[in-house]
Write a protein that binds this ligand. Structure first.
Ligand code: 13P
Length: 251
């Protein structure tokens, strides 16, 4: 295997209550089978669970992240919003920014850029999601869209040391469809080249794939070049499926 799968990240979306931590604890026990620091496991969970989970998992091998954040660095009169200082204070080490489910709710590349800057300032690691819609794919705009998302969201950012990229084609999220091998490696390579173009000195660029990752397609996905891990939605709600995905990757 030529790939180095550095991250397995779960995105729970609107799932979970205080008792669901048992799922993560099971995964944590299974993780002990692997050599320490071989890869990192992160669970991005609802805001309401961050404080409790991060305290309970403090000594564990799993980190906690948020799924979104407001772009303001500090206080603002935005009813119902949470900023990066608040998620950090609650115990989050990571945050997902630019997920397509938030882009359709108004997150533009400019807002995403502000969210990244404010989170980096608060020492939070970013999982930046990019990806084309089905319409854009059909119209052969994938490269143009990926480039635009990368360039605009990283405007004015000097280092990507604390940024992980997640390629999530919108049409593959929650649909059971995944890009074919050729398509996926071509797009991953394109993303990598765009990032390298902008950050000439960047070493370790991490690009994850997200969109209908499950124990049935993981072996095929693992054969795709240049992938550094996965952002997993639906299958992260099952400890068995998540463990299966890890175990099939690192047999
Ligand atoms: P699914 O794995 O459910 O397709 O979701 C992917 C996703 O949106 C992860 O951020």
């Amino acid at each position: 295997m030529t790939n180095k799968f550095n991250y397995f990240i779960g995105n729970w979306k609107m799932f979970g209550d205080l008792s669901s931590i048992r799922l993560i604890k099971k995964i944590s026990i299974n993780l002990n089978r692997f050599k320490k620091n071989k890869f990192k496991v992160v669970f991005c969970i609802p805001y309401t669970l961050i404080n409790s989970y991060s305290k309970q998992l403090k000594q564990s091998n799993i980190s906690i992240g948020a799924q979104n954040v407001h772009y303001l660095y500090e206080y603002g009169s935005y009813t119902g919003s949470i900023n990066s200082k608040m998620i950090k204070n609650a115990g989050a080490e990571y945050v997902i920014i630019g997920h397509s489910e938030n882009r359709i709710n108004g997150d533009t590349d400019t807002i995403i850029n502000k969210k990244i800057k404010s989170s980096l300032k608060n020492n939070i690691k970013i999982i930046l999601c990019i990806g084309e819609t089905n319409k854009q794919k059909i119209n052969k705009q994938t490269n143009r869209i990926l480039k635009k998302q990368i360039v605009l969201s990283l405007k004015g950012i000097r280092s990507i040391k604390n940024i992980i990229f997640a390629y999530e084609p919108v049409w593959a999220i929650g649909t059971g469809k995944v890009p074919n091998k050729y398509e996926l490696s071509k797009n991953i390579l394109y993303i990598k080249s765009q990032i390298q173009n902008k950050f000439k000195k960047a070493q370790n660029i991490n690009i994850l794939y997200g969109g209908s990752v499950n124990p049935r397609n993981i072996v095929e996905l693992n054969s795709i070049d240049h992938l550094n891990g996965y952002l997993i939605g639906g299958a992260s709600k099952s400890s068995k499926k998540f463990i299966d995905i890890m175990n099939k990757t690192y047999k």
